[in-house]
Design a protein around this ligand. Sequence first.
Ligand code: SF4
Length: 83
Amino acid sequence: VRTRGRATSDAGHGWMAMTLRIVADWIACDGRGVCAELFPERITLDEWGFPIISGAAITPELEPHARRAVAACPLLALKLIRD
Ligand code: SF4
């Protein structure tokens, strides 16, 4: 699912599709898995407890859950990006 966002073109009045995804900083992450508990729709854990993050787009319905997981990460190892 794609959301729409304002384009950053010089013209400034075009539109382009933007996809919201969640990404992890693997250096910062310590693998305790809070994120997977809060956002199981896109995050599962590997056998050591580190997150496996789906590359699937985050739908508007899931965005509040994604934001909650990002906010709850104790090591600030998650962020949302639009690409
Ligand atoms: S909550 Fe943060 S530190 Fe914990 S497993 Fe998830 S990304 Fe890593």
